[in-house]
Design a protein around this ligand. Structure first.
Ligand code: SAH
Ligand code: MG
Length: 213
């Protein structure tokens, strides 16, 4: 049996690292208890940026802008990124980070609840990063599918909930039970949708990749 902790440490030790400004922001965010994409998932995102070379990216769940800046750093100069955030405390921090790191031309922040904003969007995207409230992924799925181009990729973060998702519903606390059920339904939905080919990866806190057929 491979020790999970050790194998992750080993894999991460091979990483050549991110641009220094991202390390700085990552440290700051983690210090302030702001959730950001995990180290090994960052590696996957960089890989996907290089491989799929998206021109129009949509992110659901911006927080202070770390993952948007990561995507901005590792895409072509003319790639456009739209990101959504509803938490008032985080919006100005994200905005100032985009300016500070000179990516405010590339990244557009839409303020408000993704449930409303997604419904109003009509552009089409070749890459969507779903990273908002885990209990809402299933609600956002129809709009994400509508906004995603054929041949585009939907990447969903934190789908394994630190392993909680595989436990029986009776083993999770009442508070987490709704999220637990909804995430299971979400994973079932993306795996059984005839328009998607999805794979669930045991990386970071679990990431699902869904390719639109
Ligand atoms: N993508 C970021 C982390 C996002 S954390 C990164 O890796 O750097 C998830 C964020 O989604 C939180 O800041 C939370 O406020 C936001 N969020 C949750 N539900 C939302 C919703 N319905 N609409 C908009 N933002 C939402
Ligand atoms: Mg996340």
């Amino acid at each position: 049996m491979i020790s999970e902790e050790r194998i992750r440490t080993f894999i991460n030790s091979l990483d050549r690292g991110n641009a220094p400004f991202l390390d700085e922001l990552e440290k700051e965010a983690l210090g302030g208890n702001v959730p950001i994409i995990r180290k090994d998932s960052q590696g996957l995102m960089k890989f996907l940026m290089a491989m799929t070379r998206p021109s129009n990216i949509l992110e659901v769940g911006c927080a202070v802008g770390f993952s948007a800046l990561l995507m901005a750093e590792y895409t072509d100069p003319d790639t456009r990124i739209t990101t959504i955030e509803k938490f008032e405390k985080r919006i100005p921090v994200a905005r100032s980070n985009f300016e500070k790191y000179d990516k405010d031309k590339k990244i557009t922040l839409l303020e408000g609840d993704a449930a409303d904003i997604l419904a109003d969007l009509s552009d089409s995207y070749d890459f969507i990063f779903m990273d908002a409230a885990k209990g809402q992924y299933l609600t956002f799925l129809p709009d994400c599918k509508r906004l995603l181009k054929k041949g585009g990729l939907l990447v969903s973060d934190n789908v394994l909930q630190d392993g909680d998702v595989m436990e029986s519903r009776f083993a999770v606390t009442r508070r987490n039970r709704t999220i637990h059920e909804r995430m299971r339904d979400y994973l079932y939905a993306i795996k059984h949708d005839p328009e998607l080919e999805s794979v669930i990866l045991y990386i970071g806190d679990g990431m699902a990749l869904s390719y639109k057929l």
